[in-house]
Design a protein around this ligand. Structure first.
Ligand SMILES: Nc1ncnc2c1ncn2[C@@H]1O[C@H](COP(=O)(O)OP(=O)(O)OP(=O)(O)O)[C@@H](O)[C@H]1O
Ligand SMILES: [Mg+2]
Length: 275
């Protein structure tokens, strides 16, 4: 067993030479497909407790990185580690544990919530799946978590269904579902890009509050540099599946070194806050 002091010194997440190719798998339908390299030999480290931004334009490979991190997909090459332990070969109990410790918030709050499940069923699902608590404790925890994400009073939202909520409220439910099993690491994939600017800003405030309250580490995926500068400690800029620049968010935005980052900044004059 690793002691807590030793754990402090190793990054929570580490990618070593991670490549993801689509269309390279040999199969009946895929053999004629053109290969797409969504992530190309990416190495990076995410430190415990930080909000790390992955910033890039559409198609640059951001969601692919998120999907690999939550093990919705596997890398073609390279190793992903959680707390120094490779996650590639996890199975059985270890894989179930990983799935509760690493959560993802998706971009589209209209697609990511099951319309047939009530808010209480949606938010308590990770507790049920991972056998955390009994019925009473789960109910209490769901109400508390709904209130943590700003759905107050929690009892008012408990029995509602997704179609009875606004987009911003749905995304709060998605955040509640992600944080309820007390994960160590959360991937938030453009969680505000489908929302009005004012609602988007409220959600960014909420994510900063959550980070202050609980000891969670976030990967915040965005195409919006203003959102990244507001929320993130460090950022990596991704272009065509390659990380072109990594550093403190403020440094990169005030003094970008790579021509692609410079172009990205010029392309968002005035840093509009439509995250
Ligand atoms: N399942 C898949 N099969 C084939 N190609 C894919 C698949 N998923 C993603 N890709 C390709 O991989 C590349 C990266 O896609 P990805 O979704 O990671 O980009 P993104 O940065 O999240 O873009 P956006 O900002 O539009 O969400 C794109 O060229 C995309 O077409
Ligand atoms: Mg994406």
């Amino acid at each position: 067993m690793m002691t807590e002091a030793k754990m402090e010194n190793i990054p929570i997440i580490e990618l070593n030479g991670v490549t993801k190719e689509y269309g390279s798998e040999k199969g009946f339908f895929s053999k004629c497909e053109k290969k797409v390299i969504a992530m190309d030999n990416i190495s990076l480290k995410i430190e415990r407790g930080e909000i790390f931004g992955l910033v890039g334009q559409s198609g640059s490979g951001k969601t692919t990185a998120g999907r690999l991190l939550v093990k919705l997909e596997e890398p073609t090459k390279g190793v992903i580690k959680l707390n120094g332990v490779p996650v590639t070969d996890l199975c059985g109990k270890a894989l179930r544990k990983y799935r509760s410790r690493v959560q993802m918030i998706f971009q589209d709050p209209y697609q990511s919530l099951n319309p047939h499940l009530s808010i209480s069923e949606t938010v308590s699902e990770p507790l049920v799946v991972h056998k955390i608590g009994d019925r009473r404790l789960r109910r209490e925890k769901v109400i508390l978590t709904l209130e943590t994400v700003g759905l107050t009073p929690g009892t008012e939202y408990y029995n509602r269904y997704p179609h009875q909520l606004s987009g911003g409220q749905r995304q709060r439910v998605a955040i509640a579902r992600a944080i309820i099993p007390d994960p160590e690491f959360i991937v938030a994939d453009e969680p505000t890009s489908m929302l009005d600017a004012t609602i988007a800003i409220q959600l960014l405030h909420l994510l900063t509050d959550i980070r202050k309250k609980v000891n969670m580490t976030f990967l915040f995926i965005t195409h919006n540099l203003a959102a990244a500068r507001y929320l993130c400690d460090r950022i990596a800029v991704i272009h065509n599946g390659v990380i072109v620049e990594t550093g403190l968010a403020g440094d990169i935005i005030s003094n970008p070194q790579h021509p692609y980052t410079q172009k990205l900044i010029q392309a968002q004059p005035g840093f509009s806050f439509i995250a």
